[in-house]
Design a protein around this ligand. Structure first.
Ligand code: NI
Length: 269
């Protein structure tokens, strides 16, 4: 991450015919998909006047896996939330007899509305989730959004029991990569399938270091920090991926890539 926390990053989407920070249009289109697909939506809280939604399919297909998709932790990474919307717009209600949907579509609405990384209060919504190895006094505090996720931890752990995907972007990169977590020593099929989906759209970052983390073949593996994905894995879920689409590439390509990452994560292809 090299973005300036206060700089606004805004792009135009031809797919949605609006700017990437057009939050009113985002919620309007999201509400239309919730109605069309007859999904359950719950407002976990309201932040800066905007709802923090948790969306799920009704009458969850009980035999199917429980996987959670999230996006929009960082406001300058809009292709995740728009990618979720694009994914939903390609579904038919009949698809929901075979998959469970559990979605946090936009975790940091105040950041999204300004195209800025942090929330309106200067907090990072993807930090401050305590890792057992951290000394409490040195740990960053959870953000407003983070506290709400922690309050709803039982719900979110049940929803991510079989996997967690969190769609991020790296605005300073022209290349894609993923952070993945698996309960083994080397990246397995879960990590490689999501990396390969990203690689269909963008060059993969060269081996070396990204933000101080070792990256091999586009994968940063089992990297524990105070992020929400790391926290969920420490809490017992066994598969997680934080995808990083490259912000230096075209926005609509990034939106398309996120929709396909979600499909791949749900095992739809
Ligand atoms: Ni991010």
């Amino acid at each position: 991450m090299c973005s300036d926390n206060l700089e606004a990053y805004i792009w135009y989407s031809n797919v949605f015919a609006c700017y990437s920070n057009d939050i009113d249009r985002y919620y309007e289109l999201l509400s239309a998909e919730i109605r069309r697909l007859n999904l359950d939506s719950k407002v976990l809280t309201t932040i800066g006047g905007y709802p923090l939604y948790f969306i799920k399919s009704k009458n969850s297909a009980t035999k199917e896996k429980q996987r959670l998709i999230s996006a929009g932790f960082h406001g300058e990474e809009p292709a995740g939330p728009w990618g979720i919307l694009h994914f939903l717009s390609c579904l038919e209600p009949t698809n929901l007899t075979h998959i469970n949907l559990n979605i946090l579509p936009l975790v940091n609405p105040t950041g999204f509305a300004k195209g800025r990384r942090l929330n309106n209060w200067g907090e990072n919504p993807n930090r401050g989730f305590p890792h057992p190895s951290m000394i409490e006094s040195t740990a960053e505090q959870a953000s407003l959004e983070g506290l709400v996720l922690l309050e709803n931890l039982d719900l979110l752990k049940a929803a991510s029991k079989d996997g967690f995907l969190t769609c991020h972007e790296d605005v300073c990169s022209a290349n894609g990569y993923v952070y993945t977590y698996e309960n083994q020593h080397e990246p397995g099929t879960f990590s490689k399938a999501l990396r390969d989906t990203l690689a269909c759209h963008f060059p993969i970052v060269a081996d070396g270091e990204v933000d101080g983390c070792r990256v091999n073949d586009g994968i940063i593996f089992n990297q524990f920090d105070s992020s929400f994905e790391s926290f969920l894995v420490s809490s017992g879920i066994t598969l997680a991926c934080c995808s990083e689409t490259p912000g230096m590439q075209n926005l609509d390509l990034r939106i398309q890539a996120n929709a396909e990452l979600i499909s791949a994560f749900l095992g739809r292809k």
